[in-house]
Design a binder for this molecule. Structure first.
Ligand code: SF4
Length: 151
């Protein structure tokens, strides 16, 4: 299976206190006013990668404690995203985080079941947070403990 990916790198900021392999999806249909990642709106600006290519980069980063999906909008390529989550669970075993411009309530349960950490909601320029995390104050941070999500 293939999907459009903008970049993959090690991050120290996307899950507080954790080293993360950050996988940026390319393409976003949400198009928030004031978005800082406009170059990722068109998925074709990214690279078409196979699941195996993405997994290889994740596996080759032994220091990372988490895998995070960001963008762009990861859920715009839902089938590829779910497939990667399944493979990470089976072959990597690290917890998965996601940043989405969509609200928690509209995300499919099948996807939520794979995730441990989630930042949800569109960027609102009028609610911009100076410290930059989350990017705007309407965005909600969810953490899963056992099988329960806490906001
Ligand atoms: S969801 Fe994220 S990438 Fe998409 S427009 Fe909003 S801020 Fe930009």
């Amino acid at each position: 299976m293939k999907g459009y990916i903008a970049r993959i790198f090690t991050s120290f900021v996307d899950v507080p206190g954790r080293i993360v392999t950050a996988v940026y999806f390319s393409g976003c249909s949400i198009r928030c006013k004031g978005c800082h990642n406009k170059e990722m709106w068109d998925k074709k600006n990214g690279t078409l990668m196979t699941d195996e290519q993405v997994l290889e980069k994740i596996k080759n980063n032994p220091l990372s404690e988490y895998v995070a999906f960001l963008g762009g909008e990861p859920t715009d390529q839902l089938k590829f995203l779910l497939h990667l989550c399944k493979k990470i669970k089976e072959e990597v075993g690290k917890p998965i985080a996601m940043y989405s411009g969509r609200e928690f309530e509209v995300l499919p349960k099948e996807l939520l079941d794979y995730l441990s950490f989630l930042v949800c909601g569109p960027y609102r320029q009028d609610l911009h947070v100076e410290s930059g995390w989350p990017a705007s104050s309407n965005q909600r941070v969810f953490k899963k403990k056992d099988t329960q999500w806490n906001c």
